[in-house]
Unconditional design. Structure first.
Length: 127
């Protein structure tokens, strides 16, 4: 069970504080283009909308990482939404301010198909 301030369990059922759902997000998935587009590696894929949702977003931690001689900022955050089937860890989230977050893992809170928490990573472009 996550220890987020906006998720509670009442009478055995997980719930999200409605006031915390103040962000409109779009979840995208990588799909082939229509009509198909090809390059030297084969068919190209593009990010397509999967669903939209109201979400509660809570930053967990941030750090600067040096890679290839460049400093990159990583932001770890958790996003809570009402349950929607089909969301997978190979998708990404676009927030209402245009920030892009990679979904690293998903938790179906108490396995009750009520609340999902998306554990995400934002890299440099969001800051």
């Amino acid at each position: 069970m996550p220890t987020l301030s906006f998720i509670t369990v009442k009478n055995g059922w997980p719930s999200i504080n409605i006031g915390a759902l103040r962000h409109q997000i779009t979840i995208q998935q990588l799909l082939p283009s229509s009509p198909p587009v090809y390059n030297e590696q084969g068919e190209t894929l593009s990010w397509q909308p999967f669903t939209t949702a109201q979400a509660a977003i809570e930053p967990i931690s941030g750090k600067d990482v040096i890679r290839g001689g460049q400093t990159t900022t990583q932001l770890f955050l958790t996003i809570a939404i009402w349950y929607q089937p089909g969301i997978a860890a190979n998708m990404r989230v676009i927030s209402d301010n245009g920030s892009v977050y990679i979904i690293q893992s998903i938790e179906n809170v108490l396995e009750m198909n009520q609340v999902l928490t998306l554990n995400c990573l934002g890299i440099n472009q969001n800051l």
